[in-house]
Ligand binder design. Structure first.
Ligand code: GDP
Ligand code: MG
Length: 176
């Protein structure tokens, strides 16, 4: 499942979540420190890779799979997340439906992959706090009950994004 080439560890992580929650924006912020107010789903490559230096001196290659918008057609299946070490389950904190969608992804991933996949639930768009529809505590409690981590981010304001990907790398390392 996991390939090693020399001292570099290879990890695969997938982004899941409803359309428009900010999955591609999180990747764009992390990879290029940019933000685009336009919808990005069809513009971006669906696979990006970044090398990260680990604390112990080893190097890891983080391979992140973004969707090309197929989530709109409910067309993301096991092939997409097969072999992944981690998943970022993203919702928009102003959109209750997108949080429900995360719950259905959690059920599917736990059923298909058990605990061999690290799950991080991501509440994105914290810059829109005044329109918040899902309480922080509710999301945190839910994450705990399913053995997932919970973080909040704003791809727009660049809040929590670097920390999110650091946590992801850390969790995937722990699973080795
Ligand atoms: P995806 O379909 O999940 O990949 O979502 P996108 O990354 O394409 O983003 C959908 C829309 O939400 C775009 O208009 C983005 O500019 C916007 N967006 C993404 N992240 C944020 C955020 O943190 N805050 C705000 N206010 N808008 C965001
Ligand atoms: Mg997208």
């Amino acid at each position: 499942r996991r390939t090693r080439s020399g001292p570099t560890l290879n990890f695969k992580a997938v982004l899941l979540g409803e359309g428009c929650v900010g999955k591609t924006s999180l990747v764009l912020r992390y990879m290029e420190d940019r933000f685009n107010a336009q919808h990005l789903s069809t513009l971006q490559a669906s696979f990006v890779t970044r090398k990260v230096a680990l604390e112990d001196g080893r190097r890891a290659q983080l391979n992140i799979w973004d969707t090309a918008g197929q989530e709109r057609f409910h067309a993301l299946g096991p092939i997409y997340y097969r072999g992944s070490d981690g998943a970022l389950l993203v919702y928009d904190i102003t959109d209750q439906d997108s949080f429900q969608k995360v719950k259905s992804w959690v059920r599917e991933l736990r059923q298909m992959r058990g605990t061999e996949i690290a799950l991080i639930i991501v509440g994105n768009k914290t810059d829109l706090e005044e329109h918040r529809a899902v309480a922080y505590e509710e999301a945190l409690q839910y994450a705990r009950t399913v053995g997932a981590q919970y973080v909040e981010t704003s791809a727009k304001e660049n809040e929590g994004v670097a920390e999110l990907f650091e946590l992801l790398t850390h969790l995937m390392l722990e699973q080795l």
